[in-house]
Design a protein. Structure first.
Length: 88
């Protein structure tokens, strides 16, 4: 009988929603924010950095998501300590 540690570990799909906002003036002359959601999808597999798969996925107008198959070659992810930070 196989133990829990012998079972292959599964990848997980994670979603975050970021927002892009602009300001606009309403009818009363007040400046108000107008924001649009931007869903982002990531694939997280044990022992590997998370990789963004948003552009590889199909998202319908109704919000239904078609995730790429496990056979799809993913972009190379980087651990956070390898990510280059640009000065502002």
């Amino acid at each position: 009988m196989a133990s829990e540690s012998d079972k292959p570990k599964k990848c997980h799909i994670l979603e975050i929603v970021q927002y892009s906002c602009e300001t606009e003036e309403n009818q009363r002359g007040q400046v108000v924010p107008h924001c649009f959601p931007i869903p982002r999808l990531f694939k997280l597999c044990p022992g590997r950095p998370a990789v963004e798969i948003t552009t590889m996925s199909k998202i319908s107008e109704t919000g239904e998501i078609e995730i790429p198959s496990d056979n799809t070659e993913l972009p190379r992810g980087k651990p956070w300590h390898e990510v280059h930070v640009y000065p502002e």
